[in-house]
Design a protein around this ligand. Sequence first.
Ligand code: TRP
Length: 336
Amino acid sequence: MNKKRVFSGVQPTGNLHLGNYLGAIKNFVNLQDRFECVYCIVDLHAITNRQDPKELKSNIYETVASFIASGLNPEKNIIFNQASVSAHSELAWVFNCVARIGWMNRMTQFKEKAGSNKENASVGLLVYPNLMAADILIYKATHVPVGEDQKQHLELTRDIAKKFNNDFNCKDYFPIVEPLIPKEISRVMSLRDGKKKMSKSESSDQSRINLKDDKDLIDQKIKKAKTDNDAIPSEIGGLKNRPEATNLLSIYASINNVDLSEVLKEFANKNFSTFKSNLSESLVEKICPIGNEIKKLLKDKNNLNKILINGAKRADLIANRNLKEIYEIIGLTKFT
Ligand code: TRP
């Protein structure tokens, strides 16, 4: 009881980029030595938008390969895909009955993703946060590393846990989760527009560094990355209203595990061309080995299958044990 457990979920995507790495995966790697960690590839969340079936499957392999190539240890951590552990869906249904429609309607991510035609969004997109709460609470996880944009969904997870504990008179049954939001960088921005998030859906490949980019491509993209005409300031205050400069300097800080203020000390008053060659060098040194390892891992599907099967078995054991307790609390019975 009261043991700390980390859970996080990542949507399956092909071609992961620097934003996925610095914003999520790198943080997962840091946590693996301090906590018991469960990392889930959330394919059921992915289908809230239409997916190509073949691509969905290959994206699961890409994501697990990227996790492992980045240094996540599949023995130490539980790494699996959501569709393999049915208890997620079963608890999500229970939470559909605990959460209130008003709570769902307040979610800003739903409003953004549904756009102007809310009536035409899938019901899945609306109840997406209930599945997310189920992902976390089926393991009674206590800490959840996420980006800033998922904070509201974690608040909802806490509300669901409290309402369940209260409605069913089981004080402290579900833990009240804490977000773990990386402080140096939780959002890597586009290389073309410092106000937009780096994203695989942006049409220009120049806007992002993909984990599988080679040295020449990284050099070229950084050279062309947007900056401004001023020199690098010596203090963080000098980065005000300079989103592109802030982004590149923050990437450098994060990839080298140093504080932004240190980076500014190092490069104060220098121009961006000097800084950019240093940034390229750091990126090539850190990212290229990961990219090469991803390519290598993707060639051996048997090995990836083994990793996913093993992760699913370990996850299923915990999830089903908890689901049994939860069903008992509610008065649901599986007659088997
Ligand atoms: N919604 C998260 C995202 O888009 C992914 C996710 C699903 C998740 N289930 C989770 C994150 C549980 C943390 C915990 O980034």
